[in-house]
Design a protein around this ligand. Structure first.
Ligand SMILES: [Zn+2]
Length: 618
């Protein structure tokens, strides 16, 4: 999610060897398997179940009993697969230098490939049975009725599946599908010659993306930031026609698949899996474009606060004040449950259970995987990997991952296995909501004006980066895809024109524009790897803003029912289409008001920041 997030600037605590870190700061994997012998036994059991599933081929039309048997066995495979995979994978992430563990992890991946082959018969065989017959079985057999949504959704998806000959052709063409992204990666990473910039202190810096972000986020000399920006974008300018031609292949590929499967547009095709109406994305874009005022206010405020004559895109991530308070993990352990008090005592109790459950790997050690994640291990508490380094960013990362973990806890406790997982379209709602509540908590107890400013800037930058920027990206993707759908040419100039037009539409006169900004589209990895994906960050953000508004505002009774609706969403896992689940939680993404909730939130935050800055510098 940190596509355009400011780079981490504060020095990390000293690196310790894993055995020097106290056990209570390390996860304990024995609740998954006692040890490697038990894991090996689990692995063999999984292998056996996969073979048993393959043997069921040709039995589905025997009747509801056969179908139920196959579905139950598939669940057993899925549950065991979670444990077999995560035991090896989490162990590996503790120290990725361990080749022996890496080999075991790969062994599981090989077994998963075998599973995919052994189970591939199931969907086509089920779909051969008329839906009406299956629906009769569903009403006759209560145990089978649990699977109703999953089964009916499979039939719904079937609408765009071709006959055998068509599917075979498409599967042959799929070999080329990843080529534009592979070529983009080679061009932008493997073969790239990073430019070198000489900073005002005479130091020469090689501008990898990380170094470039670090300069924008920490270097207080505007001329240095400007020079880095120019040099960094030269790389894309020099190859802009190649980037355009790669991106054109992405667009043509998407349009080819959409037409081949009978969708009316690339957007339709992208949204069909989750049953999202295209109006959701169109509404998101239109309402966000209409709500850019607080974004511009924020940038004008930054310009004033930083005392800049001119304000460019490379000035947007430098902190407004210097403040490097440390946040020890032990303190945060108390704060996190306190911050979710609005969600009720039971939620707090469950969170304390996760925090004290020996399932969090807190500190960095040599060889440990970087970043942070929450891993849902079915049948166990969710495991969390952190690289906690006492910075404010680390605190919010923990709050974010804790939102995912609580979603997992509630979903696993209330759903049958088949719906225990949830889609990305709802996944980032609890994580952003958790961050939002934590921010409110921190703001309420901040006594230092500088800390308040840092917190507010953190929240605002989150909205700018995960909401406004992602919607702008979605807008860009939609415009580019539409040109191809209309049979219009795609050149570097055309793409740069779209991107530059959007930059201006969002920022108006709050930014001074640089010609190099035109080619920014060329360096965004998501455009090449996962088209029509990033908008989901924005819809999750809007949903969580709307829920926070309902949970925090109004009279006690309406607050209580808002909390109830929200917890129902978390408990619902993947038991329905995301739009339906969100609607039950009181969020309607097809209405501009929902998007408005983020715009209002930003507006309020900018006002608070304005006040805090004026107290600091009257
Ligand atoms: Zn997340």
């Amino acid at each position: 999610m940190d596509l355009l997030a400011p780079a981490e600037a504060t020095a990390a605590p000293p690196l310790r060897d894993r055995d020097q870190i106290a056990d209570r700061f390390k996860w304990n994997l024995t609740s998954i398997f006692e040890g490697w012998d038990a894991w090996q036994a689990g692995y063999l059991e999984l292998d056996g179940k996969i073979a048993a599933f393959a043997a069921l081929r040709g039995t589905l039309d025997d009747g509801p009993g056969s179908l139920l048997g196959a579905l139950k066995l598939r669940d057993e495979i899925g549950q065991l697969a979670y444990k077999v995979w995560y035991f090896a994978s989490l162990w590996y992430d503790q120290d990725q230098r361990d080749n022996e563990i890496n080999a075991r992890r790969q062994q599981v991946q090989i077994l998963f490939a075998k599973e995919a082959q052994a189970t591939a018969w199931f969907d086509p065989e089920l779909l051969m049975i008329p839906l009406e017959s299956v629906q009769q079985w569903l009403s006759r057999e209560p145990e089978l009725a649990v699977y109703r949504f999953a089964i009916e959704d499979l039939y719904r998806q079937q609408e765009h599946v071709l006959d055998d000959k068509g599917e075979r052709l498409l599967s042959l063409s799929s070999r080329f599908s990843s080529s534009p992204n592979d070529a983009y990666a080679a061009l932008s990473t493997a073969d790239v010659k990073h430019p070198v910039v000489r900073l005002s202190d005479g130091v020469e810096v090689t501008l990898t993306y990380g170094q470039y972000r670090a300069i924008l986020a920490t270097n207080r000399n505007q001329a240095d930031r400007a020079a880095s920006f120019r040099e960094f974008h030269t790389v894309y300018e020099q190859s802009v026609n190649t980037y355009a031609s790669l991106y054109n292949i992405v667009l043509q590929r998407d349009w080819f698949h959409s037409q081949a499967r009978g969708y009316s547009s690339t957007l339709d095709a992208a949204l069909h899996g989750n049953n999202i109406p295209p109006t959701v994305v169109e509404n998101l874009i239109a309402a966000t474009k209409a709500g850019t005022d607080p974004l511009r206010r924020y940038h004008r405020l930054r310009k004033r606060a930083l005392g800049l004559e001119r304000y460019h895109s490379y000035d947007t991530s430098i902190p407004l004040v210097d403040f490097d308070r440390k946040y020890p993990y032990e303190d945060v352990l108390e704060w996190l449950p306190a911050s979710v008090a609005p969600l009720g005592a039971e939620y707090q109790r469950l969170m304390r259970e996760v925090l004290g459950g020996q399932s969090i790997d807190v500190y960095e050690n040599p060889g440990k995987r970087s970043g942070a994640y929450s891993a849902p291990v079915y049948g166990c508490q969710p495991y969390m990997l952190l690289n906690y380094n006492d910075t404010l960013d680390a605190v919010f990362t923990l709050a974010h991952e804790m939102g995912h973990s609580m979603h997992t806890v509630l979903s696993h406790a209330h759903q049958p296995f088949v719906y225990a997982g949830y889609t990305i379209f709802v996944a980032e709602v609890p994580s952003t909501l958790s961050e939002g509540l934590f921010l409110d908590f921190m703001l309420s107890r901040a006594t230092d004006e500088r800390e308040r400013i840092v917190l507010l800037q953190h929240a605002i930058d989150g909205i700018v980066g995960t909401f406004y920027t992602q919607v702008m990206f979605a807008d860009y993707e939609m415009q580019a895809h539409r040109l191809v759908e209309q049979g219009k040419p795609i050149t570097a100039d055309v793409l740069s024109e779209i991107y530059f037009g959007l930059l201006q539409a969002y920022h108006g006169d709050a930014l001074d524009y640089d010609p190099q900004s035109r080619v920014t589209w060329a360096r965004i990895p998501h455009f090449y790897s996962t088209p029509y994906y990033v908008y989901q960050y924005a819809t999750c953000f809007a949903s969580s803003a709307e829920i926070v508004k309902q949970v925090a505002g109004g009279d006690p009774a309406s607050r209580a029912s808002a909390v109830d609706r929200y917890l129902t969403l978390l408990k619902s896992g993947g038991s329905d289409h995301p739009m339906t689940l969100l609607q039950k939680a009181g969020v309607d993404l097809s209405r501009p008001e929902t998007v408005r909730a983020v715009v209002d939130q930003l507006d309020a935050l900018v006002t608070r920041l304005e006040r805090a800055l004026s107290i600091l510098n009257p």
